[in-house]
Design a protein around this ligand. Structure first.
Ligand SMILES: [Zn+2]
Ligand SMILES: [Zn+2]
Length: 423
């Protein structure tokens, strides 16, 4: 097997790039998944240039082998390696095995200079380290203060967040609070969690997956068919998507469509057994407001969980509803994956299946937990849908031109909310 790993590393050193090395890596994975840890460690040792195939290998690395590879990457990073694959793997470790990185907080801060790490790891930051970083950041130019600001805001420690806010000038309210909550995943006033601990991946059937992956290169499609978020894990239950609802849009008057029938209790606090999340797809492209413009849209639910327009939606008589965008009526699987690495804090595009129910959201932009229009508390995150939800005409729903739709729930008022972000 070492011969194969050597051969693979040799292939990616060749100046002429093709998909052959990527294909060979997938062959190796299918024959012997554990060989990927050897491939990645050797690539880091030899400082092989970070490339698509190696990043793909790090994503396919079996959960049981991650520890060895993460440890290697982390000691290399701490020893001063600036190798792209080393930082890539350290970032994965920070998200899925944050305990491993807690032996050197200054190195974690340095790692976050290349890409934001997000909540989990910072929530164990010792307060005295945070105070020292603030003192050090004050001596740096404003741009160099950002990693410290972001880390302290995500720490969830109120005094550190306050101090971080003062670095580089505080944001005007309510945006300061919105930013803090998006980073920490906790309500600012109360510390209440705004997302569940772990989510379920939303999985479409094989026929739909073929449509969802059709635009990728054939080797990437093969990779995705092996990827845990598209193919792995254990199905917990199914949920219905699509179909007309009785409730109507308050902006154009068209009937709502079912986004998902969900037992929200699977992923967060909910007092009713089933919530039907619904949305109007008849007015988004002509309306002056609505989720397609980045504005939140709210629905009130009855005790059976059925949605209807919230009073905040204002009828716009200029809109002619367009009934041509119809979600396909189908059943999706809700799948549990054992490893937290598939809930990244930000959407980095590309290969994985980001559609999820619960857990922490993957923000495309800076993120926002919406406020309930009735009780004004921050709402709980329940669903994110990538722009690959199938429509009856065979195309895929492009949330806000190819972004992500985020759905929230206030259990106190039985109100749902949606908004989208795009890259
Ligand atoms: Zn409408
Ligand atoms: Zn409320």
């Amino acid at each position: 097997m070492p011969d194969t790993v050597d051969a693979l590393l040799e292939m990616i050193r060749q100046p002429q790039r093709s998909d052959a090395a990527f294909e060979a890596m997938l062959d190796l994975f299918e024959r012997d998944p554990a060989a990927l840890s050897l491939l990645l460690i050797q690539a880091m040792e030899a400082q092989t240039m970070r490339c698509e195939m190696l990043v793909a290998a790090s994503e396919l690395l079996p959960d049981e082998d991650t520890c060895e590879v993460y440890r290697f990457a982390w000691s290399s990073f701490k020893a001063g390696s600036s190798h792209g694959l080393v930082s890539e793997i350290c970032l994965q470790a920070a998200r899925s095995a944050p305990g491993l990185l807690r032996d050197d907080w200054d190195a974690v801060l340095r790692l976050s200079e290349s890409e934001e790490i997000g909540g989990l790891v910072w929530q164990h930051l010792p307060a005295e380290t945070g105070y020292r970083w603030i003192r050090e950041a004050r001596t740096k130019p404003p741009l160099a203060q950002w990693p410290t600001r972001n880390a302290l805001k995500a720490s969830g420690i109120a005094e550190l967040q306050l101090a971080a806010n003062e670095l580089g000038g505080p944001l005007d309210e309510p945006w300061g609070t919105v930013e803090l909550e998006a980073r920490a995943g906790k309500e600012s006033r109360t510390g209440r969690a705004l997302h569940g601990r772990r989510g379920l991946h939303l999985r479409f059937g094989a026929k739909i997956q073929r449509v969802q992956l059709a635009d990728f290169r054939s080797v990437v499609r093969r990779f995705q068919r092996l990827h845990p978020t598209w193919a792995g894990g254990k199905s917990r239950t199914t949920a219905r998507m699509g179909g007309r609802l009785e409730g109507r849009c308050g902006i154009c008057g068209a009937p709502l469509q079912r986004l998902l029938d969900l037992d929200v209790r699977l992923v967060g606090p909910c007092s009713i057994p089933l919530v039907t999340f619904g949305l109007c797809l008849a007015c988004p492209d002509t309306g002056e407001s609505g989720w397609c413009h980045g504005d939140p849209v709210f629905f009130r639910h009855d005790e059976q969980g059925r949605p209807d327009a919230h009073e905040s939606q204002e009828l716009d008589p200029r809109i002619v509803p367009d009934a041509s965008t119809v979600l396909l009526d189908l059943e999706v699987e809700l799948v549990e994956l054992p490893c937290a690495r598939w809930e990244p804090v930000s959407y980095s595009g590309g290969w994985q299946n980001y559609s999820r129910v619960g857990g922490a959201p993957s923000w495309v932009q800076s993120g926002m937990y919406l406020s309930c229009p009735d009780c004004h508390r921050s709402m709980f995150f329940v669903v994110q849908l990538d722009s690959h939800v199938p429509l009856t005409d065979g195309s895929l729903m492009p949330w806000m031109n190819g972004g992500m739709l985020y759905t929230f729930w206030c259990d106190q008022c039985l109100i749902s909310a949606h908004y989208s972000e795009y890259s």
